[in-house]
Design a protein around this ligand. Structure first.
Ligand SMILES: NC(=O)c1ccc[n+]([C@@H]2O[C@H](COP(=O)([O-])OP(=O)(O)OC[C@H]3O[C@@H](n4cnc5c(N)ncnc54)[C@H](O)[C@@H]3O)[C@@H](O)[C@H]2O)c1
Length: 284
């Protein structure tokens, strides 16, 4: 089997970036959003990003035109009926993901792969909602997907070796990504290391022992990180961090995965970071 047409479900922070990576890899790319308005907004976000890459000289006229011609954006899930792989990147909620997995299982050709970009939901819980549990896997991209080279390739108890081999080839040869393999455990590899670090930074700020700017400067200037932890929280989205932390806390029962009170209050207030223009910082 050869992957030629890629479906991306959800055109938010991650989905729009993953779709752009697929377009730049030369794939026909079908993006589905939850409503015509969100589909239009997603299309505008992706085309705007491709346009910026073009104006910065990163892609040629031909590459831009070819990418635009290979993009289909819809609010109808049936638009994915010819996809060889679908990467699901909708909100981090089990019921929402399970519902679309069951629907996609009925729509897609039987040999197609179904991948999730989930950061924390057990992949086996999604695999068992389908009649193709051997073809379900995790492909965990990093934010922004157009910039970060890593993809975690995650197999759950039912994923076949053939599925992993095909996904590896797709991610490396097709998308030009670097991959690491891991099993279906909350947080996989990178978030299990990263999230406790981000939660510690929020807890320090919450206790009033240090300012926001000093925390971020500390890690930029002291550890050569390109961003401080609070800047990174705003980039990822505070709701996403809390959702991931809650799942890891429930799975491992370790205190370092517990969301600090400040994070809970900011999520309740809708101060989610860049996507709501206010988080630890404010954005125009
Ligand atoms: N934000 C990150 O840094 C990051 C990194 C890696 C993985 N992830 C994971 O990627 C997924 C998406 O996260 P995000 O940050 O892009 O979220 P987001 O809120 O920016 O985007 C989610 C999008 O999904 C759409 N959507 C919701 N239900 C839908 C449906 N039924 N059909 C089609 N579209 C639907 C929403 O309209 C929204 O545009 C989550 O599972 C998250 O855990 C996020």
């Amino acid at each position: 089997m050869k992957i030629e047409t890629v479906g991306v479900l959800g055109a938010g922070t991650m989905g729009s970036g993953i779709a752009e990576v697929a377009l730049m890899g030369g794939f026909h790319t079908v993006v589905v959003e939850s409503s015509p308005e969100y589909a239009d907004a997603g299309r505008a976000r992706m085309l705007g990003s491709i346009e910026r890459a073009h104006s910065r000289g990163k892609i040629t006229d031909e590459q831009r035109e070819s990418a635009e011609a290979r993009l289909i954006v819809s609010s109808d899930l049936n638009a994915m009926e010819h996809c060889d792989i679908v990467i699901e990147a909708i909100i981090e909620e089990y019921t929402a993901k399970a519902e679309v997995f069951t629907l996609l299982d009925k729509i897609l050709p039987e040999e197609s792969l179904l991948a999730t970009n989930t950061s924390s939901i057990p992949i086996i819980d999604l695999a068992v909602t389908t009649k193709r549990p051997d073809k379900v896997l995790g492909l965990h991209f990093f934010n922004p997907a157009t910039v970060q080279p890593l993809v975690e390739v995650i197999s759950c108890l039912t994923t076949s070796n053939e599925t992993i081999a095909l996904a590896d080839e797709f991610a490396v040869e097709g998308l030009g990504k670097q991959i690491i393999h891991t099993r279906d455990r909350a947080g996989f590899v990178v978030n299990r290391l990263l999230v406790p670090y981000l939660l510690s930074a929020i807890a320090m700020l919450d206790r009033g022992m240090v300012t926001r700017d000093d925390i971020d400067l500390g890690m930029r200037a002291g550890c050569a990180h390109p961003m401080g932890p609070l800047e990174l929280c705003d980039l990822i989205g505070l709701d996403t961090i809390k959702a991931v932390a809650d799942v890891m806390h429930a799975e491992y029962h370790e205190r370092n995965y517990a969301a600090p009170p400040l994070l809970k209050r900011m999520v309740a207030a809708g101060h989610l970071g860049r996507k709501t223009k206010i988080g630890f910082y404010t954005y125009d």
